[in-house]
Design a protein. Sequence first.
Length: 456
Amino acid sequence: MTHVVIIGGGPGGYEAALVASRIGADVTIIERDGWGGSTVLTDCVPSKTLIATSELLTEVATAAELGVELPAHAQADLAAVNSRVLELAQAQSDDIAERLTSAGVTLIRGTARVESPGLVQVSTAEGESRIEASGILIATGASPRTVAQALPDGERVFTWEQIYALDERPEHLIVVGSGVTGAEFASAYSTMGIDVTLISSRDQVLPGEDSDAAALIEDVFTRHGMTVLGNSRMESVVREGDDVVVTLTDGRTIIGSHCLLALGSIPNTQDLGLESVGVRTDESGFVIVDKVSRTSVPGIYAAGDCTGVFMLASVAAQQGRIAMAHVLGDAVNPLNLEVVASNVFTTPEIATVGLTEQQIQDRGFLVDVAMLPLAANARAKMQGIHDGFVKLFARQGVGTIIGGVVVGPHASELIHPVALAVTASLTADQFAETFTVYPSLSGSIGEAARHLHRYS
């Protein structure tokens, strides 16, 4: 029986373990911190649980518009919210451990180091051992990036992994970094009624997202009371008593009660023995892999955030599944990043799939574009939804849908039919002929597809 050793118990690791076990391999998975990894314990699951509370408060804020009378002021008990966040994350971790155990996977809590393409050294509280392997998967994830001039203390200055220690409402939260993580947390805390300042080094928040979507989100942020400082770089963050002082490179200072650092991620690839066995990494330490998750060393694969390919839990899981299929001789479909659906969990959400408008321009593709505001949608009117849109891109001539953007409540759910269209290379006309429910928000997706029809 083939023995697979997986280092890391996040989505890239545990999904790979489940696939390998189903195929018939003997699987050992080694995890340092807890099953589900940072995705479940300190990152994706906790942050989206926090955001669920902010979404509820958003709905409460529209109650009067829908004719419902509620008490004058509703606010979140942050200590209770964070307690629920951590309890839910642990419950999810326990569920993953149970799934792995039920699948016959051997679980080891400890650290690991690759000694050779067929041998892994494992360190646990009980001591050290060595495990022979016919295939090794590195799925060790990434950690919040910090810098010397802005060190977190876990009390007033936080990384996104530490923020759940808050048991009091910040008087003024400064968020440094306006990428996905920074924007999501800024949105959530602002929606909870907390005074938030978002520091963005670019001229627009969410610089990696669709420009129309990012502009709408920034407009919503500012309309709802958030202070957004564009083209502003953090020089330092220091704590002065109960205050946090953020100094910008142009000399300005912002004083708040708390600060969240969202400065990106660094891969957890140190002390794994990768260099000694010849596994190539880039200048930032990310493991270099191909589209079937192979590293530069035969028999050693990598998946998830430690590869820096596309830092999403869904992509990590798919990389892990692909790696196991390749190791064990099953059918393999190489990773195709052009069909990945992703979501930014701001209020409203931004969901995207396929090629972005910038990628389309860079490749010189001729496309038809349809963009419809959700405010014109009957269901949106009923629900008091004012902000959002649907945008579709179709290749001229062939008419295939090659990309799409949905901005609105639960856009993460609405993007799925667009993802199916992109993955299956459906034409705009085929997409338009698919029935949608009336009234529904998804009706705007069908309507956008109809707008892409070219009359002969």
